[in-house]
Write a protein that binds this ligand. Structure first.
Ligand SMILES: Nc1nc2c(ncn2[C@@H]2O[C@H](COP(=O)(O)OP(=O)(O)OP(=O)(O)O)[C@@H](O)[C@H]2O)c(=O)[nH]1
Length: 413
């Protein structure tokens, strides 16, 4: 896994009182998760039924074989919801709501299996069915790691054999282990491992789609999704948010003097340094392109934003970056931000524009400073900059158009 692929704390975000947060919110385009593994699971269960029926026919008789196939079909009914719930849990990152339904299904399923076995005059051992349910369902439900999965499966298997040995002797125990549990384990465990791998791959690709490839920070898409949630929550709870736009000063000259690769390293090192400033749940730090970064701070009012902004600018500007090529570079950064309690119509784009204007002012005044404006209409004090200067909230002058402040600003609006 890409080591840089770390979208930081709070990714995916979680905050007390937030509505159940689904990865669908951050998965680009939404979409169904794990379609391949669902098909694979059904194929495995079908194969299990077939093999179970054939082997019982081989060692017993048609009536018993039919019983096993029927009881396996009932097993299917109780296992599939378990798997579906497990996949849903994996997809959303939340425990399934229908866990009670699942347990009820397991109980009813076991009862039906017992009846089917009674009908075929066979001894009934619920553990073998529970093992089937476990190997197909429990792994996806509990997100067990493969080592744990094998350990629990081995324990269940051991208990099953032991019970069969006590009740029916060695012959029956071996037969049961080889045929019933063995088949379950042979098919169920790899099926779950495959689900696990697919799940990992999907998580990785979801992360990749939301990360900036150079720095591993969030990209614009991830920022938009997190900010959307943060703004909604802040508005409901009347909490302040701060959106800061950061831009390295004279970064072009780093590229020109040392080359593009060194420029890339500088961006990575600066990104690493910035991470510590967005550590709380729902904070998000993103690179939008070039040398431009954005931080969304949840629950940070204008005074705190001013202090943090100053700290950030000082931190970046006073720590020489040691580059892999042996050079040390001392970048400087400028920060423009807006802060306040959002209202119903507040959108990230609007906050980015406000922050951009503050940044423009900082750059205009020779840079390497932080300037925070208040969101118009929001409660609180107004502007805190590098030297805690207080001024009025930004009001567009008559005739001023809401456009990107620099002609070379490539950020799409
Ligand atoms: N190394 C590197 N450079 C990039 C990347 N993307 C954009 N750039 C360069 O970053 C520079 C951005 O410069 P600007 O922000 O426009 O200007 P600046 O020199 O930083 O000047 P001010 O922002 O006005 O202080 C340009 O030279 C781009 O070519 C990248 O991924 N890697």
């Amino acid at each position: 896994m890409n080591e840089r692929l770390n979208l930081g704390n709070g990714f995916p975000p979680s905050a007390k009182g937030l509505p159940a947060f689904s990865e669908d919110v951050i998965r680009p385009g939404g979409g169904k998760a794990l379609p391949t593994s669902t098909a694979f699971l059904f194929a495995c269960v079908g194969l299990l039924l077939l093999l179970g029926g054939i082997t019982e026919l081989w060692v017993s008789n048609a009536k018993v074989a039919l019983s096993l196939t029927l009881s396996s079909a009932v097993g299917l009914v109780m296992v599939i919801p378990g798997c579906a719930a497990g996949m849903a849990a994996n997809r959303t990152g939340n425990p399934p709501d229908d866990i009670v339904t699942l347990i009820a299904l397991l109980v009813v399923g076991c009862g039906l299996l017992a009846m089917a076995d009674q009908w075929a005059q066979r001894s009934y051992n619920p553990l073998s069915y529970l093992l089937t349910a476990f190997v197909f369902g429990a792994f996806t439900l509990t997100r067990l790691r493969p080592a744990h999965l094998f350990a629990v499966a081995a324990l269940l298997l051991g208990a099953d054999v032991f019970l069969a040995y006590i009740r029916h002797g060695a012959g029956q125990a071996i037969q049961q282990t080889l045929l019933s549990d063995g088949l379950c384990a042979l098919i169920g465990v790899p099926a779950n491992l495959r689900l696990w791998r697919l799940d990992q791959q999907q998580r990785l690709s979801t992360l990749e789609a939301l990360a900036d490839p150079l720095t591993g920070l969030a990209n614009r898409r991830a920022l938009e999704r997190i900010a959307e949630i943060g703004l909604r929550y802040a508005q409901r709870e009347r909490r302040a948010v701060t959106v800061a736009v950061l831009d390295l000063d004279k970064f072009k000259s780093v590229n020109d003097l040392h080359g593009h690769d060194v420029g890339d390293s500088v961006l990575q090192l600066v990104a690493d340094g910035l991470r510590q400033f967005a550590q709380r749940p729902l904070d998000c730090i993103a690179r939008l392109g070039g040398d431009e970064f954005v931080i969304f701070w949840f629950d940070l009012d204008i005074e705190q934003a001013g202090r943090l902004g100053r700290e950030l600018v000082t931190s970046v500007g006073t720590r020489p970056l040691r580059l892999p090529v042996g050079t040390a570079i001392q970048p400087k950064i400028s920060l423009g931000a807006c802060s306040g309690v959002p209202h119903g119509a507040t959108r990230l784009d609007e906050l980015l524009r406000l922050a951009d204007r503050a940044l423009y002012q900082v750059k205009h005044e020779s840079g390497n400073r932080a300037l925070v404006r208040s969101i118009p209409g929001s409660i609180g004090r107004v502007v805190i900059g590098h030297n805690f200067r207080i001024s009025r909230p930004y009001e567009p002058r008559q005739g001023e158009v809401a456009k990107a402040p620099r002609s070379d600003d490539a950020r799409p609006r």
